[in-house]
Structures are given as structure tokens and as C-alpha cells.
Write a protein that binds this ligand. Structure first.
Ligand code: ADP
Ligand code: ZN
Ligand code: ZN
Length: 690
């Protein structure tokens, strides 16, 4: 049929260079695969990048299929300009991964493909050239990681279980308390993967953890080519790392969630460290879970995947309990003699906390100073004070573009008047000067309320004038390299008192740190988000896990007004399993994940009413199957963000396929985003509701 209709160009006999139809993914915001023609002589395969005319300018597309025929008249199809070279062909397995992610997270295929490529591969510019690196995989022998410890029995069991599973898909949950030697297990297993000539993909959270882990991997595998991938890399570096991975030149790929989207021709194992971490979930565009994508990736590649954590996400723990994941446990700290820290609550109802620090906490810090040990004061809030308020009329400084409060930041130098600083919005980045007087009543006596890292640092400097105090938060650690240097310094004993946010909580190994003080845990306890207890437990276990990683015992003091809260009880006993069981029972009773599957439809508009109206109409748009439940729309907690008002509605279902099918029909039926002044997106398996 097709040949007859388009005989003028497609008759194979008359034209040895018979035209073929290429189905091509383009980065345009419509869920469509585009068709182009290419002559028969040009070698081309699915996975090749091509230059095609599109509208006014040429674009880069990715060939996903070579079709025998087109539903469109060939005379209407344009021709591919050229096949681009320089990058390896994208493997079928990678295209399969993109197909799955695009359909599961309800985003156009072309956008999904383009979003997974570094900017340079989406452009028509020639790729940067580089000589092949000296590290050559063929020379890698079955060597254990350099400088490793002889595994203890629990580690040996874990290593053995994973090793025998190499070569086939199998998900493992490596549940090991902080400092139990999980990284050591990864390194040993990876050594075996490298010995087979295969690649290892290691995913880590977004938060400043990469430098330390990178250094550890480089020490362990000095002759291996390690590619590092994260969002803070500049273009060329990212392109090189990506190409090294995709060509198979790099044998270890260490990166944040986006690394899971890299083509890897010889993938032999996937590791997700701190798998519970919220930063594995992308919060824009393709809202994928890097952890879930990692499991999918391993399945497609036919290799094991190891999800490691001291405090697994309840989803993963549930999968472990259900036997879908093989559970491996490291119950003890790996360094002989090192023990988990003693955790105690400091009851703020009985003990007043002048300047935010209870007497017990100050005494504990003094004792560490006297012994030459380090203390960590943890407060999950940067800046000087979270609120600047007028006590005579109740005014509080708020962002004009968001419905959030502005946070008072002191100027850089210590000891300046807080008025010399600025007001900053932690949601949209807006900055304002500190007003001299209350804008509503003219009162000049504006008060900072509450405290952030800067204020705690200031207080400690007054109380312990001889101590070296280091503050680590996103304001002091703008640059990764600088943060890495600071963290190394702390590891070598620099700094007596560390004041920090969660930047300091995760993964780091500070041998001389024996005390962790948590100042403001209660905010999270009072949150309405059903995930907040899980998150707080994980955070406190992580931050507490920094203490006592060597022979000296560690101590964790948590200031709270709710010392009897079951979360603290579990934390004091280091009873993750007990905590998880009670949380899962609550979730099951209340009908929350992992017992149901969720998706959110979010709308943004100039007025919250328009967003709400859009959502109400959306809920009535299609007949909803009985297995899917749609809830009423609600404005976000912080309704206005960066000048737009936001609302969302939640969908739940016990059946993932039913929810998926409904989302597919629904997103096709909804009016194009931003067509009527309302922008919308779907978030599948959402984890943030603010
Ligand atoms: P995790 O990743 O579980 O937090 P790490 O792998 O970082 O734990 O190990 C914590 C500390 O224990 C590190 O200093 C590491 O060198 C050490 N360690 C790991 N395994 C052993 C072992 N088998 N014997 C002695 N020390 C070990
Ligand atoms: Zn006032
Ligand atoms: Zn703002």
C-alpha cells in the first residue's frame, strides 16, 4: 500500500536508495514521535542521534525505530539532514528504560530522552574531543579494593549473597546501622564486578556526599576509570563523564540520581547508597525516583541492585518484608570496639534552654572541649532567625512573591548587629533589606524570633570563646570543593564545635566526634505530613550516627518537649525495625503508601482560585474507575511560591496498573498545560506536599 502510494520515491526497484521512515524522539512538549525520511544508503540504527529540520531551525533527535511504512504521505515527510557522530549509539536497553520512565511518570517520550542527555548531546555542536584515558579496563584483575579491611562475619555474608547473584537481576536491601561497613561491602562486590570486565553504577544523595565517597572509591580502585556525574558539574565535564560511561571506558560511575539515566553498555551492578534519601526524587520535569529507576535499570540489565541504608524508606522495608527484596543485615559497627551512641532526650519542659541550648547540652559540650573531642550541634535551619517580627502589632516579615516567612540572615562577619544582614526567602531566593521599622506600625524594635545556624554559632562563640567553631550549611558551603575541604579538615580534627544542618548529617566519618546535640526536632514531630516521622527518625539516626565512630563512646542529646513520643523511644533503643513496624501499621490503617499508590495533580496560576477551579474541573473530566479515588483539591501549604499560587489534588489506588491507566487517559484529556493561564503537572509517587 504504502509503496504504491509513494511510489515516486519509494519504489525499491526503480530506486536502489530506497527511502526509509525513521521514527524520531524530539524535545518538544508534545507526546508524539515524529517521522522523517532517510535514504537507503545512509547507515542508521535506533539509538542514533540525527539532525532534522523542525520549524525554523534544525534540531537533534534520537532515532527510536526504523519503520517499514508511514501513515503519513511520504511527500509530507521531511528528510533527515544527517546522522550525528561522536557519541556511541544509545543502546536498546536504554531506550527501553526511557520508554518505561516516560510512560510511568506521564511525560512525553521526546522530553524524557532529551532530559537524560547532557546539554552538549542535545546540541548540534561537535562533541568535545579527548584522548582515550590511560586507565584500561582490560588490565583490571580480580583484586580486592586497596586498603580494605578483612570483612567481619556479617559483611562476609552480605558480600557472599550479592556475589553469587551477579549475572542476573536481583534486588537486595542492605540494612546496616551507621558505621556498620556498608561502603566496605559495596567496594568488595564492585571489585568482583570489575574483575568480570563489567561496569558498576553507584548512586548517592545530592547532598555534598560525593567528594568523600569519591575519594574513598579512588583510593580503593587506583587503576580504575571512575566517572563522576552530578548536577553541579559544568557542561564539558558532565559530557566527558557521560561519554566515558556510555562508551564503556569508565568502569565505575558514581553520581547523584541523574547518573541512573546514563547508557552503560556493560552494567554489572547498581548500588543506591542511603536509598531512603528524599533527594533521589526529581522534583521537576520528569519526576522520577532515582531509586526506583535504579531497580528498573538493574532489571533491564539483568544484574543485582543493592539498596543500602541504616533507615530504609518504608517502601523498601515493606518490599524486604514481603520477600521481594533480599534482606541483608549488618547489625554492628564495623570498627572493633565502636558502639552505637547513647541517645537521650533533654526535656525542655523541665529544663529551660537559654539561647536555645539547655544546660545539660552546654555541660556535655564543655566536657568534650576538655577532652579534646569534637561536638556537633545540629539545627536544621540556616540563617540567623526564621522570623523577624514586631512585638507591638504582630507583623512578621514575609516574602512578597511567596506566602512564606522571610528568614533573617546576619551579615557574614560575626558579631555584627543582625540589622546589618538581609531577609531571604528560602523558597524562591528573594532577598530584601531589613526594614528599620515595622512597616505597619512604625515600631523600631523588631525582634528576631527562633534561631538558625548563625544565631547558634553566635551564642556558642560567646559561651565558649576559646573553642574553634565551624558552621556548615548551604550558606557557608556554596562550592562543593570548599565543602569537601572543610569536611576533610573536620575528619582530621579541625574545629571543636561544629554547627550544621543536614549537610553534616549524612555519611561522613569524623573519628574524633563524640557528641551530637539536636536542637529543634519538635517542628517535624508536629507536621501533618505522614512521612515526617519516618524522615525525622532517619535524620536523627543519621546525624546521631556521626558520634562515636571509633573507640570513644558517642552520645546524642535531643532537646524536645515530647520526650515520651514513641519515635524517640525507638530512636533510643536503635530500634529501626520496631519503628518501621509501627509506622507501617499506622499507614496500613490510614490507607497511605506503601499500602496504596499515589499520584498528585498540581496546578499553578496567578490566582489560587483559578488553580482550584482547574483541579475541580479536572476531577470531573473523566469517569473515574472505582479502583481509583480522587480527593478534593487543596492549596499547597505554602500556597504562593515565586509569585504563582499553587494547589493540588491527590489520587490513590490499591492497583498500580489501574492508577497508571487512568493517569494516561487523564493527561491526554486535560487541556494543554498553561493554555488557559493554568500550568499543571502530574507527580507519580509524590513525596513532597508543601
Ligand atoms: P557505613 O557505610 O555503613 O556507614 P563504612 O563502610 O563507612 O560504614 O565503615 C565505617 C568505618 O568502619 C570506616 O572507618 C571503615 O573503614 C571501617 N570498617 C569497615 N569495615 C570494617 C572491618 N571489617 N573491620 C574494621 N573496620 C571496618
Ligand atoms: Zn508593628
Ligand atoms: Zn519567596
Amino acid at each position: 500500500m504504502w509503496r504504491k502510494e509513494n511510489g515516486n520515491i519509494c519504489n525499491a526497484k526503480a530506486h536502489p536508495l530506497r527511502m526509509r521512515v525513521l521514527r524520531i524522539a524530539l524535545d518538544v512538549p508534545v507526546a508524539k514521535i515524529f517521522e522523517y525520511l532517510i535514504d537507503g544508503a545512509t547507515p542508521v540504527e535506533p539509538g542514533d542521534r540525527v539532525e532534522v529540520p523542525f520549524g525554523a531551525r534544525p534540531r537533534v533527535g534520537v532515532v527510536v525505530e526504523i519503520a517499514a511504512a508511514s501513515s503519513v504521505a511520504a511527500s509530507k515527510l521531511k528528510r533527515v539532514e544527517r546522522v550525528l557522530d561522536g557519541a556511541p549509539r544509545l543502546p536498546a536497553e536504554w531506550l527501553e528504560q526511557m520508554r518505561f520512565l516516560s510512560s510511568y511518570y506521564q511525560r512525553p517520550f521526546g522530553e524524557t530522552v532529551a532530559g537524560a542527555l547532557p546539554a552538549r548531546l542535545r546540541s548540534l555542536k561537535p562533541l568535545p574531543k579527548r584522548a582515550k584515558s590511560a586507565a584500561d579496563n582490560a588490565s583490571e584483575k580480580a583484586q580486592p579494593p586497596v586498603g580494605g579491611h578483612a570483612p567481619n562475619p556479617a559483611q562476609a555474608r552480605a558480600i557472599e549473597s550479592i556475589s553469587v547473584a551477579l549475572g542476573a537481576f536481583r534486588p537486595f536491601l542492605l540494612h546496616g546501622i551507621t558505621g556498620s561497613g556498608k561502603t566496605e561491602v559495596y567496594l568488595r562486590v564492585i571489585a568482583q564486578v570489575l574483575a568480570r570486565g563489567l561496569q558498576a553504577l553507584v548512586l548517592v544523595p545530592e547532598i555534598g556526599l560525593t567528594p568523600q565517597l569519591e575519594a574513598r572509591f579512588r583510593r580503593a580502585f587506583p587503576s580504575s576509570h571512575i566517572a563522576v556525574l552530578h548536577s553541579a558539574l559544568e557542561d564539558t565535564a558532565r559530557t566527558h563523564a557521560w561519554l566515558d560511561a556510555a562508551r564503556g571506558d569508565a568502569s565505575i560511575i558514581l553520581g547523584t540520581r541523574l547518573a541512573v539515566l546514563t547508557p552503560l553498555p556493560r552494567l554489572g551492578i547498581v548500588v543506591v547508597d542511603e536509598e531512603h534519601d528524599a533527594s533521589f526524587k526529581q522534583q521537576e520535569g520528569l519526576r522520577y525516583s532515582g531509586r526506583d529507576a535504579a531497580v528498573l535499570r538493574a532489571k533491564l540489565a539483568g544484574c543485582p541492585v543493592v539498596l543500602g541504608s541504616a533507615t530504609p524508606s518504608l517502601e523498601t522495608w515493606f518490599n524486604g518484608g514481603a520477600g521481594r527484596y533480599t534482606l541483608l543485615t549488618l547489625p554492628e559497627r564495623a570498627v572493633p570496639g565502636a558502639r552505637l551512641p547513647t541517645v537521650r532526650t533533654v526535656d525542655l519542659r523541665l529544663e529551660s534552654a537559654e539561647n536555645g541550648l539547655a544546660k545539660q547540652v552546654l555541660e556535655a559540650i564543655s566536657a568534650r572541649l576538655a577532652r579534646g573531642e569534637q561536638s556537633l550541634v545540629f539545627i536544621n535551619r540556616r540563617g540567623y532567625a526564621p522570623v523577624l517580627a514586631c512585638e507591638s502589632c504582630g507583623w512578621a516579615a514575609g516574602c512578597t512573591r511567596c506566602s512564606a516567612r522571610l528568614v533573617l540572615h546576619a551579615s557574614a562577619e560575626r558579631g555584627r548587629e543582625p540589622g546589618a544582614g538581609s531577609l531571604r526567602c528560602h523558597h524562591c531566593g528573594a532577598r530584601e533589606n531589613v526594614p528599620r521599622a515595622c512597616p505597619t506600625c512604625g515600631n523600631v524594635d523588631l525582634r528576631p524570633l527562633g534561631r538558625g545556624t548563625q544565631r547558634v554559632e553566635e551564642t556558642l562563640a560567646v559561651l565558649f570563646p576559646a573553642a574553634r567553631i565551624l558552621r556548615i550549611d548551604r550558606d557557608t558551603a556554596r562550592k562543593r570543593a570548599a565543602l569537601a575541604r572543610t569536611l576533610d579538615g573536620i575528619g582530621r580534627g579541625e574545629g571543636d564545635i561544629l554547627v550544621g544542618t543536614q549537610l553534616l548529617a549524612k555519611g561522613h566519618d569524623f573519628p574524633n566526634l563524640t557528641l551530637v546535640c539536636v536542637l529543634n526536632a519538635d517542628n517535624a514531630l508536629l507536621s501533618t505530613d505522614y512521612r515526617s516521622a519516618e524522615r525525622l527518625f532517619a535524620l536523627l539516626a543519621q546525624v546521631g550516627g556521626r558520634a562515636g565512630r571509633r573507640e570513644q563512646p558517642g552520645e546524642v542529646l535531643v532537646q524536645t518537649r515530647y520526650p515520651a513520643h514513641p519515635m524517640f523511644r525507638a530512636l533510643m533503643r536503635h530500634d529501626y525495625a520496631g519503628f518501621a513496624a509501627s509506622q507501617l501499621a499506622e499507614r496500613e490503617g490510614a490507607g497511605f503508601p506503601p499500602f496504596v499508590h499515589e499520584a498528585a495533580l498540581r496546578a499553578e496560576a496567578k490566582k489560587v482560585d483559578s488553580a482550584m477551579m482547574f483541579l475541580r474541573a479536572a476531577a470531573r473530566l473523566l469517569e473515574v474507575p472505582a479502583s481509583v479515588q480522587i480527593y478534593d483539591p487543596v492549596p499547597h501549604l505554602i500556597t504562593r511560591r515565586a509569585g504563582v499560587e499553587r494547589a493540588q489534588l491527590l489520587l490513590q489506588s490499591h492497583s498500580r496498573p489501574a492508577l497508571q491507566e487512568f493517569l494516561r487517559l487523564w493527561s491526554a484529556a486535560l487541556p494543554a498545560s498553561s493554555s488557559s493561564g493554568v500550568r499543571w503537572h502530574l507527580d507519580v509517587d509524590p513525596i513532597e506536599f508543601d
